[in-house]
Design a protein around this ligand. Structure first.
Ligand code: FPP
Length: 256
């Protein structure tokens, strides 16, 4: 879990607003972007991949350490079969086209979510991306794919219940730390800032446990239009927030 100290160590460069350590993004609005232009939804998703590339580049430049992107939710299987297949195709193309470049830029790729319903070629590409980049020391890009936070928490609870039933753990051993260590995010700090694009104000089953103390920024910008300036504006809003973690304000002279 990230501490204030970790944020203070985040690079502050001339002219660049200091970045939170972990930014998580719900990339929303591809379909509306396409509909507004009379284009097929796939074109919105294609432009969404371009926005993702821009955001990865900007995150590196701004000194963000972890970028998590919600690319396909466990509920997205409910979309028409053709759109699901388009999104799978885009993920494949993204990894095939961009993996070498991500690796050259020291990006470490982690994949969050279940591999259960994924085809062998997708699961293979995801593992390849993780294996190739595992020792990289730059930005950690967490791709949430076939991810649902409730399912992740249920799996963690079931694994703990299993250990309790087998006598390997006692009920009093069950703590926040233990549960955190059973989540797919066990190796990454909690998000400091969660951004959702397109004006929707929901979490949609994204990082429910991990984002307990995150700051939220909801921007009307549709995901395909997202760029470095939108990211910087969200970070500036984050910097203006007073993170109290349930305690009192740390700001000098603040009333509470
Ligand atoms: C939301 O737009 C976006 C998604 C469901 C998928 C996000 C996917 C991308 C940004 C491109 C794919 C990238 C990878 C790496 C696979 P929406 O379709 O819900 O938009 P709408 O609410 O306007 O219909």
């Amino acid at each position: 879990m990230s501490s204030a100290g970790e944020q203070d160590r985040t690079a502050t460069r001339d002219g660049i607003v200091a970045a939170p350590a972990h930014v998580a993004i719900i990339m929303d609005g591809n379909g509306r972007w396409a509909a507004a232009r009379g284009l097929p939804r796939l074109e919105g998703h294609r432009r969404g991949v371009e926005a993702l590339r821009r955001t990865i580049r900007a995150s590196i430049e701004l000194g963000i350490r972890y970028l998590t992107v919600f690319s396909f939710s466990s509920e997205n299987w409910k979309r028409p079969r053709e759109e699901v297949s388009d999104l799978m195709g885009l993920l494949k193309r993204f990894i095939r086209n961009d993996l070498a470049n991500l690796h050259a830029n020291e990006v470490r790729v982690l994949v969050l979510g279940s591999r259960d319903r994924l085809s062998d070629d997708i699961a293979g590409l995801l593992s390849e991306a993780e294996n190739l980049t595992r020792d990289n020391t730059g930005l950690t890009l967490v791709v949430a794919f076939n991810y649902g936070s409730r399912q992740e928490i249920v799996a963690a609870a079931a694994s703990i219940a299993h250990d309790v039933a087998a006598g390997r753990l006692a009920p009093q051993d069950v703590t926040e730390t233990l549960l955190s260590e059973r989540l797919g995010t066990r190796d990454i700090p909690d998000p400091d800032l969660v951004i959702r694009t397109s004006g929707e104000k929901r979490l949609s089953n994204f990082l429910l446990w991990q984002a307990a103390y995150a700051e939220y920024v909801f921007t009307p910008t549709l995901w395909p239009d997202f760029d470095r300036s939108t990211l910087e504006a969200a970070i500036a809003e984050y910097r203006g927030r007073d993170r109290r973690y349930g305690g009192l304000s740390s700001r000098a002279g603040a009333a509470s």
